[in-house]
Design a protein around this ligand. Structure first.
Ligand code: AMP
Ligand code: ZN
Length: 114
């Protein structure tokens, strides 16, 4: 656990979050500032600061987060599609420096993103 990290604090139960999903490696909860009718964050239990820190040893974990996103999307009936986003670093718009996957759905998305 990284004591300065917001998502580590959520994982430790120090900051509340509505865990809509949890397993050995990850949790998912609604984004506090939703950008779509459905907006969940899928967060690994291991503190990894960003996608930019990913190494071959994280392959299984990163794959797992995408499968959790797919399961959540199916359970929320996002049958028309959705978007999975990993904001990375300053230019990527990352504000919480604990890797997380955004699952956004329930409205059409635009391209290119802002
Ligand atoms: P990012 O900008 O990709 O680093 O995403 C961080 C996300 O965390 C933002 O979309 C925030 O709205 C969200 N967030 C910040 N604090 C909380 C919280 N306490 N509970 C749920 N989501 C949060
Ligand atoms: Zn953390």
């Amino acid at each position: 656990m990284n004591t300065d990290c917001l998502f580590c604090k959520i994982l430790a139960g120090e900051i509340p979050a509505n865990r809509v999903y949890e397993d050995e490696y990850s949790i998912a909860f609604p984004d506090i500032n939703p950008q779509a009718p459905t907006h969940f964050l899928i967060v690994p239990k291991e503190h990894l600061a960003s996608q930019a820190k990913a190494l071959v040893e994280h392959e299984q974990l990163l794959g797992h987060l995408l499968v959790v996103a797919a399961n959540l999307a199916r359970s929320r009936k996002l049958d028309k599609g959705y978007r999975v986003v990993i904001n990375t670093g300053e230019d990527g718009g990352q504000t919480v420096h604990h890797l997380h996957v955004h699952l956004l759905g329930g409205r059409p998305m635009h391209w290119p993103p802002g």
